[in-house]
Write a protein that binds this ligand. Structure first.
Ligand code: MLT
Length: 212
């Protein structure tokens, strides 16, 4: 039986215990971040779901009312649905449940951040490119065993600098170990910051200095 609730997804087996959960941006799909995942960690398993919301034909992970204005009820519902999928996929694919690292870009980074805040048991670490504060929970979770790396662009017209800074503070208030980096970049990723993030994602089985 497939993982339930199901998502269209790609799964690429790995040779280490780590799994990267790849979460695409608006208009992306389950194939988009596979090359990024492999670059970040050549040994990890990769699981990459496609967001179920369609905005003018573009897949997303949750509804928004306008650019940067999120439908919070839908965001909570979709975050729980995605978290349930990951828990079920971990059993289905025999993944090590406490070695799941989210790698999200833009809309995908925002739902990864929401998952850390609402379903903290799912993720061990997160690499969040171009993330915003998706929501502020009523009660902060205990993220003292979670490492978060936030990659922002200092010329990003979609995500103002205050957003990743607020997000870093929110995670620090929840006791997470947070690193925030501003790249000389717009909303798109640069090779240099992907190289930096590689050091973060790749612990144990990669040949790079590792931090998570
Ligand atoms: C996007 O275009 O995906 C936004 O920047 C982020 C979002 O809507 O979640």
């Amino acid at each position: 039986m497939r993982p339930q609730p199901d998502f269209i997804h790609e799964f690429v087996p790995g040779i280490s215990e780590r799994t990267l959960l790849l979460l695409h941006g608006t208009g992306g799909n389950e194939r988009d971040l596979i090359p990024l995942g492999r670059e970040l960690d050549p040994n990890a398993a990769l699981i990459s779901p496609r967001g179920k919301i369609l905005e003018n034909g573009m897949p997303r992970f949750f509804r928004r009312l306008a650019e940067g204005v999120f439908d919070l009820e839908d965001l909570k519902k979709r975050t729980n649905e995605l978290a349930d999928f990951i828990a079920s996929a971990a059993k289905h694919y025999k993944l090590t449940a406490d070695q799941i690292v989210a790698v999200g870009y833009s809309n995908g980074a925002n739902i990864a951040a929401a998952m850390l805040l609402l379903r903290p048991e799912i993720l061990h670490a997160a690499i969040l490119f171009r993330a915003m504060v998706p929501l502020v929970p009523d009660n902060l979770p205990d993220l003292s065993s979670v490492r978060v790396w936030i990659g922002a662009g200092d010329q990003d017209p979609i995500v103002p600098a205050s957003e990743p800074q607020r997000l870093a503070k929110l995670f620090r208030d929840a006791d997470a170990d947070v690193t925030i980096r501003f790249a000389n970049a717009s909303h798109g990723l640069t090779d240099a910051e992907v190289k930096t993030a590689r050091h973060v994602s790749c612990r144990g089985s990669c040949q790079l200095p590792l931090q998570i």
